[in-house]
Design a binder for this molecule. Structure first.
Ligand SMILES: NC(=O)c1ccc[n+]([C@@H]2O[C@H](COP(=O)([O-])OP(=O)(O)OC[C@H]3O[C@@H](n4cnc5c(N)ncnc54)[C@H](OP(=O)(O)O)[C@@H]3O)[C@@H](O)[C@H]2O)c1
Length: 298
């Protein structure tokens, strides 16, 4: 991934974009993206996860979601990951996105518990969209799980891509079986600098079957921030990371098999910081080893 602009320059250009939309379009075009393996479509490499943060459809959550979605778009992001089971998140997102006419600026991924038409209809209704970008089967645990219904829905134009997800390591064998046999467009799986099991098993297979990889829980649900509290970023990392979130996300993005990271946040400033991981250069393989040693030494 080539990274051409400092975060400050991008923020200035994004601000200027409020006055000059054409200039903003040019800035967006130069932002780093990753190709979705099954199509070649480019996707910005930092997205938004929405577990927990938008659980309750009230005025305060709505304002929070508006701020985060605006920050995502202003910072050049597109991908929002949600699920039918994330409380009211789908409804909150639908109420932010549809009235503001933002649907076409976003790549919306949601998850169903089952390949069930009623559950799908509920998600589409709550998200106020006729079509999803990515439809994922949540927490796959059966190695014989069929994706036939998801493939039918994709053929009918209900979604553009299909995927499977899990963050339960005990279910990784099922993920491997379904990924290898059904060859979905995406696998969403937990990956953080202090939890690298997928480097051994899921990432190589995803590369083989040409599945895009979305990394869930990139901060270990905030665990990593606790580990570095009160500590400064090491000097050798300052050439590629301006903050701890960028340090943690760039470790993941330095693997070219990772299509996008989806940190969860309900804070617009955090969203902007996370999007900063799309800029500046990525750590080298040697620096990645140093990053792991640093985190293991905490
Ligand atoms: N089975 C599955 O399919 C599955 C399972 C789990 C998660 N997921 C997906 O993966 C996404 C990410 O996982 P997650 O949200 O559980 O955990 P996470 O992204 O590892 O961590 C989220 C935590 O980090 C904090 N944070 C985010 N950006 C920050 C920043 N720049 N500075 C400081 N703190 C920051 C958030 O707090 P603030 O709100 O204060 O920023 C929140 O407490 C989920 O939202 C969901 O979309 C999928």
């Amino acid at each position: 991934m080539t990274i051409s602009m400092t975060r400050r320059k991008v923020a200035a250009l994004a601000g200027a974009a409020l006055l000059a939309p054409r200039a903003f379009a040019q800035t967006q075009a130069s932002l780093p993206t990753r190709a979705i393996p099954s199509s070649g479509e480019q996707l910005p490499a930092v997205g938004l996860g929405t577990a927990y943060v938008f659980d309750t459809a009230d005025a305060a959550t709505q304002r929070k979601a508006e701020g985060v979605v605006q920050a995502l778009i202003a910072g050049g992001g597109r991908l929002i990951d949600t699920a039918s089971t994330y409380g009211d998140a789908e409804r909150v997102l639908g109420d932010v996105i549809a009235p503001a006419g933002l649907r076409d600026k976003l790549f919306i991924a949601t998850k169903l518990e089952q390949p069930n038409a009623a559950e799908l209809k509920r998600s589409l209704t709550r998200l106020k969209t006729a079509k999803l970008d990515l439809l994922q089967l949540h927490n796959v645990r059966n190695p014989r799980q069929s994706l036939a219904q998801f493939k039918d829905w994709k053929a009918q134009g209900v979604c553009r891509y299909i995927g499977i997800t899990s963050t339960f390591h005990g279910d990784f064998a099922a993920i491997e079986a379904v990924l290898g046999r059904e060859k979905p467009d995406f696998v969403q799986i937990d990956y953080s600098i202090d939890d690298r099991e997928i480097e051994k098993r899921i990432l190589p297979l995803a590369g083989e079957v040409k599945a895009g990889v979305l990394t869930a829980v990139p901060f270990g649900q905030g665990r990593l921030f606790g580990a570095v509290r009160g500590k400064a970023i090491p000097d050798w990392a300052r050439e590629f990371a301006e903050s701890w979130p960028q340090f943690f996300l760039k470790y993941l993005l330095a693997d070219p098999r990772v299509t996008a990271v989806i940190p969860g946040t309900g804070n617009p400033a955090h969203m902007t910081d996370n999007l900063g991981a799309m800029h500046g250069r990525l750590p080298t393989p040697e620096q990645r080893r140093m990053m792991v040693a640093f985190v293991e030494g905490l």
